[in-house]
Write a protein that binds this ligand. Structure first.
Ligand code: OXD
Ligand code: MN
Length: 604
C-alpha cells in the first residue's frame, strides 16, 4: 500500500478527532527527549534523581486508570461465534457508530501523534507493522521503548507490506461542547467510557478513554496478541503470552524455552532467572510475548516481537530478581510506584523496611503506618530490552530461535505439582487449555479468585478460543512429534497446609529447568502419574536445599479425589465452548478421568 493511502487515513482520523496539530514520529532520540520534556512540563512525569537514576522518570496516573480493563475490551468480529464465549463482542457496525461518536472532536486542543512502529526487527520475516495514532505523549514515550518506532516502517509500507491501523485517544478533549476551554490535567483519561476495540477481519484497533499500559500501548496486547493471534490463525503461526529464554547447560548445550503464565505470575522473573545450580546460564530473549512459526526445517522458531519490558514492580528486589534491578540503572519510565525523598523509587517488596518519608503512588506523603500500599500493586517499570542485564546477544535474530520446550504455568496453591511433562503434543495442548490461576492485580477484578486462563491468553485471544485450541492441535498434525517442542506444566506456588510455599522458587527454579532439559536429552526417565510424567525425586538436583519431612511428597502429590474435582471444573469450563470444542480435548479429559479413577481404585 503506497504511503498516500496511509496519509489519507491519517487525515481522515484528524478530520474526525480535530486535533490542534499533527506530529509524525520518527523514533529518534531527539524526539524522545522532547516528548519527555513536554511530559515533565505537563506534570505527567517527574524526573528522578539523575545521579542515582539517570534519564529516568515516574508517572502517576489517575487512580481510576491503573490496569487493563477486560470488561471494556471487545473483539468485534463479523460473527459473534468468531469472538467466542470468552470475549466481549458487539456487532462491528454498532461498535463503529459508538466509537465514532466518542472520537468526534476527542483530540481537540491536543496534538495528534502518528507513530510508525514495528513488532519484531524491521525487515525480519516475523515482523509486523503498525501505525498508532494517539493524543497521549506518554504513549509516544512508552511506544519508543516497547516497540521499534522508525521511519523504516514507512519504507516497508511504501513497499507494499501490510500494516495495522491503531487509533487511541485518552478521551478528554480540551474544549467542551460550548466551545469553552478545559484545563488539562496531569493524567487525562475518561475512565467511565473506556473501550479497547479490535476488528479482527480488518485488523483494526480503536482504543478510547484509558492511557494505561496495554489499553493504550497498542503494539503490545492489542496488536501482538489479539490481532496477532488472528493473523497467526490465518497464516499458520502462533501469537502467545509467553517469555522466551536461552538456557545453556554445564555441557555448553543451548536450549530455547518459552513459557506461558498469566499476568503477574513471574514471567519476568523466569525470563531473568539466575540459576542457583552450578554451570547453568539463562539469557533473556523476551518476557511477555512470543511469536512462533515453523522454520524451513519444519521445527518451530520463536521471536520476541517487543523492544522493551513493561513489568510489574512490586515484589521485584535484589533477592527475587537481581537482573531486573540491575537493568533499571537508567532510562526507565516507572508508573505508579512510590518515590523517596532523594528522588528515587520504592515499592512493596523492594526492601523489607520501607525508607522513611516516602511519597506514595498518588503523590501523598506515606509511612508504613499509613495503612495503604505505597506503590500500586500493578505499578510498572518500563525499560528498553537493551537495558536487560541478562540479555541474549542474538535476541534480535530476524529468523528467531529454534524452540525446544514450552512451559505452561499458573499460580496454584493446591493440586498442581511442581513439574509435569505432557504425554504428547495433544496432551500438552490440553495442559495449556486448562491452565488455571489465582487472579492478580494486573487486571481489574478480585485478587486471589481462581480462574481458568487457557494458554494465559484468556484476555488476549482475538478469536474463538475453541478455534484457537484447534489451531494449536493442528501443529501436531503438520509436524512430526519428534520435531515439536516438548510441553511441561509447572507450578512454583503450591502451598503446604500451614499456608507456606513448598518450593523456594526464583533462582531455584533452575533445578526444574535442569530436569526439563534432562528430559529433552533423555537423561532422566521420570515416572508416570495420572496427570503426566513427573520426576523421580532422585532425578532432581536438590543439593543445598532443605525440605521438612513430607514437603517434597506434598509438592508432587497427585490426589485422585481432588483431581476428580479438577476434572469437573475443567468439564464445566469446556462446556462454555459447546460443539466447537475440539474432540481431541474432550478425549484427553475422558482419559484423564479414567486414569484418575484407576489410580483411586488402586489406592483403595
Ligand atoms: C501485561 C499483562 O501487562 O499481562 O503484560 O497484564
Ligand atoms: Mn502480559
Amino acid at each position: 500500500m503506497p504511503l498516500s493511502e496511509l496519509k489519507e487515513w491519517v487525515s481522515q482520523i484528524a478530520t474526525l478527532t480535530k486535533p490542534d496539530q499533527i506530529q509524525w514520529c520518527d523514533g529518534s532520540g531527539n524526539e524522545l527527549e522532547s516528548i519527555q520534556a513536554l511530559l515533565v512540563r505537563q506534570g505527567t512525569i517527574e524526573a528522578l534523581n539523575p545521579k542515582t537514576r539517570p534519564n529516568s522518570f515516574i508517572a502517576r496516573t489517575d487512580p481510576r486508570d491503573v490496569a487493563r480493563v477486560e470488561e471494556r475490551t471487545f473483539i468485534c468480529s463479523e460473527q459473534e461465534a468468531d469472538a467466542g464465549p470468552t470475549n466481549n463482542w458487539m456487532e462491528p457496525s454498532v461498535m463503529r457508530t459508538l466509537m465514532r461518536e466518542r472520537f468526534i472532536g476527542s483530540m481537540r486542543g491536543r496534538t495528534m501523534y502518528v507513530i510508525p512502529f514495528s513488532m519484531g526487527p524491521v525487515g525480519s520475516p516475523f515482523a509486523r507493522y503498525g501505525i498508532e495514532i494517539t493524543d497521549s505523549p506518554y504513549v509516544v514515550a512508552s511506544m519508543h521503548t516497547m516497540t521499534r518506532v522508525s521511519q523504516k516502517v514507512l519504507e516497508e509500507i511504501q513497499a507494499g507490506k501490510p500494516w495495522v491501523p491503531a487509533v487511541h485517544s485518552v478521551g478528554m478533549p480540551l474544549v467542551d461542547s460550548q466551545e469553552n476551554k478545559i484545563a488539562d490535567v496531569a493524567w487525562p483519561c475518561n475512565p467511565e467510557e473506556v473501550y479497547v476495540v479490535h476488528y479482527p477481519e480488518t485488523r483494526e484497533i480503536w482504543s478510547y478513554g484509558s492511557g494505561y499500559g496495554g489499553n493504550s500501548l497498542l503494539g503490545k496486547k492489542a496488536m501482538s496478541l489479539r490481532i496477532g493471534s488472528v493473523q497467526g490463525r490465518d497464516e499458520g503461526w502462533l501469537a502467545e503470552h509467553m517469555l522466551l529464554i536461552r538456557v545453556t547447560s554445564p555441557e555448553n548445550k543451548r536450549y530455547h524455552l518459552a513459557a506461558a503464565f498469566p499476568s503477574a505470575c513471574g514471567k519476568t522473573n523466569l525470563a531473568m532467572l539466575r540459576p542457583t545450580i552450578p554451570g547453568w546460564k539463562v539469557e533473556t530473549i523476551g518476557d511477555d510475548i512470543v511469536w512462533i512459526a515453523p522454520g524451513e526445517n519444519g521445527k518451530l522458531r520463536a521471536i520476541n516481537p517487543e523492544n522493551g519490558l513493561f513489568g510489574v514492580a512490586p515484589g521485584t528486589s535484589e533477592g527475587t530478581n537481581k537482573a531486573a534491578m540491575d537493568s533499571m540503572d537508567q532510562n526507565v519510565l516507572f508508573t505508579n510506584v512510590a518515590t523517596t525523598k532523594d528522588g528515587d523509587v520504592w515499592w512493596e517488596g523492594m526492601s523489607k523496611e520501607p525508607p522513611a518519608n516516602l511519597t506514595d503512588w498518588q503523590g501523598k506523603p506515606w509511612t508504613k503506618d499509613s495503612g495503604t500500599l505505597a506503590a500500586h500493586p500493578n505499578s510498572r517499570f518500563c525499560f528498553p530490552m537493551s537495558n536487560t542485564a541478562t540479555l541474549c546477544d542474538d535476541w534480535e535474530s530476524p529468523e528467531g530461535v529454534e524452540l525446544d520446550a514450552i512451559l505452561f504455568g499458573g499460580r496454584r496453591a493446591t493440586n498442581v505439582p511442581l513439574v509435569v511433562q505432557s504425554r504428547s503434543w495433544q496432551h500438552g495442548v490440553f495442559m495449556g487449555a486448562t491452565i488455571s490461576s489465582e487472579q492478580t492485580a494486573a487486571a481489574e477484578g478480585p485478587v486471589g479468585v481462581l480462574r481458568r486462563d487457557p494458554f494465559a491468553m484468556l484476555p488476549f485471544c482475538g478469536y474463538n478460543m475453541a478455534d484457537y485450541f484447534a489451531h494449536w492441535l493442528s501443529f501436531g498434525e503438520k509436524i512430526a512429534e519428534d520435531s515439536l517442542p516438548k510441553i511441561f506444566q509447572v507450578n512454583w506456588f503450591r502451598k503446604s497446609s500451614d499456608g507456606s510455599f513448598l518450593w523456594p522458587g526464583f533462582g531455584e527454579n533452575s533445578r526444574v529447568i535442569d530436569w526439563i532439559i534432562s528430559r529433552l536429552e533423555e537423561r532422566s526417565e521420570g515416572q508416570q502419574s495420572p496427570i503426566g510424567l513427573m520426576p523421580n525425586i532422585s532425578e532432581l538436583n536438590l543439593d543445598g536445599l532443605n525440605f521438612e519431612e513430607g514437603e517434597l511428597e506434598a509438592l508432587f502429590e497427585v490426589d485422585p479425589e481432588s483431581w476428580l474435582y479438577e476434572v469437573r471444573s475443567i468439564e464445566q469450563f469446556f462446556e462454555r465452548f459447546g460443539a466447537k470444542l475440539p474432540q481431541e480435548l474432550r478425549a484427553e479429559l475422558i482419559e484423564l478421568e479414567a486414569r484418575l479413577l484407576q489410580e483411586q481404585g488402586a489406592m483403595v
